[in-house]
Design a protein around this ligand. Structure first.
Ligand code: ZN
Length: 150
């Protein structure tokens, strides 16, 4: 599992230091706000979705390194995807972070999502890593309600 741990640290560090797609769209077609009260993570997603395709997605907010890195990674992965592909990615992500420690992670198949498998050890961190994805789901559904991991 050495490779996975290295990947986890490398990806988290990289995305925490320089978050991708950070900001806010002026006139988003979709938006949602998410909050993880356990850790104090808070983020706002603004998206431009047209023809069921995520053309643009930006996030802003403040949170711990895991939530920031996960949001950054999420925006990078779903941009240019259809909303159903984005939902598929969410399912994969969810399966990874809720899998047991002895479940083999296929780095080749999952790419950078595999990096987030590192949070499996820490249930509290799973919420940090999930926040951006839950907020994305709410935004795609057109659910304007405040999303909370609780
Ligand atoms: Zn957090």
């Amino acid at each position: 599992m050495g490779d996975l741990r290295d990947l986890y640290q490398e990806v988290i560090l990289d995305h925490t230091k320089s978050p991708r797609n950070f900001g806010r769209l002026e006139t988003p077609s979709h938006r949602a706000e998410g909050h993880n009260p356990l850790c104090g993570d808070h983020l706002t997603l603004t998206l431009e979705i047209a023809d069921e395709c995520v053309r643009e997605v930006l996030f802003e907010g403040a949170g711990c390194s895991i939530s920031t890195a996960s949001a950054s990674l999420m925006t990078q992965m779903v941009k240019g995807k259809t909303t159903s592909e984005a939902n598929e990615l969410f399912k994969k992500f969810h399966a990874v972070v809720t899998s047991s420690m002895d479940t083999e992670i296929d780095i080749a198949e999952l790419g950078k999502l595999a990096a987030l498998a590192g949070v499996r050890k820490f249930p509290v961190r799973v919420k940090c890593a999930s926040l951006a994805w839950h907020t994305l789901q709410a935004a795609i559904r057109g659910d304007q309600d405040f999303v909370t991991t609780e």
